[in-house]
Design a protein around this ligand. Structure first.
Ligand SMILES: O=C(O)CCC(=O)C(=O)O
Length: 208
């Protein structure tokens, strides 16, 4: 697996880009397969929208509730709690279960749950965060499958501020593993020129 050295000052604020396959940044590992679901992605889009029940959600910020800027759905054996909201447990529909098996094989990890995010257009977004809820375990592996409009996905190393930008294109799979959720934060910034929707499935393991 290629290993990328820590950045010099000049490199620190430039974006790195991922190459196909696994790569390590210190103790964090990223897997990137831009063509993971190419060929079936249009079919998948239709079938997923038919099987998944998307909802608006809220988050609590400084004691105030706000609508989240995207739609979402949660499927897994346990409820998912984040930012003061609880999404109830529910069984994965067959298509999500089959995609989860394929992602487990590629990510070499076990998953039992999926958070579905639907971005209606480029105004919908997700702010800087890490998927580090204790229920996800010590070093969670997260597999992120994208369909529809390509969107930039930014990663920043908490200490060095080193940055990675990946264009999450239709049918691509990004895996975050190792110490990623401790050492890096990620975000999906607004892109006001994008008018098409995007679906993102992040597979996780809550069973421990
Ligand atoms: O839509 C994306 O690619 C980002 C999703 C994400 O960051 C998350 O579910 O934690």
């Amino acid at each position: 697996m290629p290993t990328i050295d820590m950045p010099t000052n000049a490199e620190r604020f430039q974006f790195h880009h991922l190459v196909t396959g696994w790569q390590a940044f210190g103790n964090s590992r990223f897997g990137w397969w831009p063509d993971f679901a190419i060929g079936g992605s249009e079919n998948l889009w239709q079938q997923l929208l038919a099987q998944v029940t998307l909802q608006t959600g809220t988050v609590q910020v400084f004691g105030k509730r706000h609508s989240i800027p995207r739609l979402q759905a949660w499927y897994g054996p346990k409820p998912y709690r984040y930012s003061g909201e609880t999404l109830p447990a529910q069984a994965l529909p067959p298509l999500l279960d089959s995609l989860m098996q394929q992602c487990m094989e590629r990510a070499q990890a076990r998953f039992d749950s999926v958070l579905v995010n639907y971005y209606r257009d480029g105004r919908d977004h997700m702010g800087w965060h890490s998927d580090d809820e204790p229920e996800l375990g010590a070093n969670p592996v997260i597999a992120s499958l994208s369909l529809g409009a390509a969107r930039d996905f930014d990663l920043r190393q908490r200490q060095s501020k080193q940055r990675i930008r990946v264009s999450l294109t239709d049918g691509s799979l990004l895996v975050m593993a190792g110490r990623c959720q401790h050492e890096w934060q990620h975000a999906l910034p607004k892109r006001l020129r994008i008018s098409e929707p995007r679906l993102n499935l992040t597979f996780r393991n809550l069973a421990g």
